[in-house]
Write a protein that binds this ligand. Structure first.
Ligand code: OOG
Ligand code: MG
Length: 278
């Protein structure tokens, strides 16, 4: 019995090694595919149509695609959380918390403009952003997370799934850096106000499109920061002092249209806006 087991294990080993190498090559190839799609603003088929990726492999694709951006000179500025509100889960049909990486190239100047040509089919969603003054990673309490916050701000995220029709599986969206495309951040405020239930309106040219409350984020946006620390820790990473964490879309996302002034106003935290060009 023992001999048989040993024999089976040793017979398997070269195949397992080859399998591992080919999975690593697949991760690299898929990272190039999503990165190129984002760079060229061209939609691609879902990776899951051809490849069965585990969630761990999907995060490996994400890490490798961001490594390509870093190699081109982009700087990491923080992370973003996804599917932290019921509104987003319902809109996209997925309900697991996910996270993605933000780089400086994704920053849109407050009040600035963006060209829709640079995106596949961009959408915008109202969020709240955290700026950290202390590193955070692993299991932290809400109190520890709060003590690491330097400032909070009303923000909007521009998401742009690289997949055709904005449709994806959980592994697909994770591999595609959770659709991250742009962030615009309003004025920073010391985190002394109670931001657990702040009302907000997302408007296009002054007409309200979405209304919500920061309570839509897991009941309190701080829970999103706690989850971000845990997920970063699980990936062997630390959210560093000076980095930003986007807590996740509070309402359903709205498709961006050309020639619009898009603004989110949030109780106590003011407003943040951007203009869209054709
Ligand atoms: C995935 C990104 C989700 C959020 O805030 O929930 C996200 C997507 O909806 O395309 O950014
Ligand atoms: Mg988002």
């Amino acid at each position: 019995m023992k001999g048989k087991t040993l024999q089976r294990a040793s017979a398997k080993r070269p195949a397992a090694r080859a399998g591992k190498a080919s999975r690593a090559a697949l991760v690299r190839a898929l990272a190039e595919r999503v990165d190129t799609a984002a760079r060229n603003a061209t939609g691609i088929a879902q990776l899951s149509a051809m490849h069965e990726l585990s969630l761990a492999e999907a995060y490996a694709v994400q890490r490798a695609s961001i490594a390509r951006r870093i190699a081109r000179g982009e700087k990491r500025i923080g992370m973003k959380m996804g599917f932290t509100s019921r509104a987003k889960m319902v809109q996209m049909g997925l309900s697991d918390l996910i996270w993605g990486r933000l780089t400086d190239a994704m920053i849109i100047e407050e009040g600035g403009s963006l060209s829709l040509k640079d995106y596949v089919h961009p959408r915008v969603e109202p969020e709240i952003a955290f700026l950290l003054k202390k590193p955070l990673a692993g299991r932290v309490t809400a109190l520890e997370a709060q003590a690491a916050v330097e400032a909070i701000a009303v923000a909007m995220e521009v998401i742009d799934s690289r997949y055709e029709n904005f449709k994806f599986s959980l592994a697909d969206v994770v591999a595609d850096n959770t659709s991250a495309a742009g962030v615009v951040i309003g004025p920073w405020h010391a985190p002394h106000v109670d931001y657990s239930n702040l009302g907000l309106v997302l408007s296009f040219d002054g007409a309200a499109r979405q209304v919500g409350s920061t309570a839509g984020i897991l009941g309190h946006p701080l829970r999103s920061l706690v989850a971000a620390a845990r997920m970063a820790g699980e990936a062997g990473e630390v959210i560093q002092a000076g980095e930003i964490v986007m807590a996740g879309g509070i309402t359903a996302a709205e498709a961006l249209t050309p020639g619009s002034w898009v603004e989110t106003e949030m109780q106590h935290l003011g407003r943040v806006g951007l203009r869209t060009l054709a």
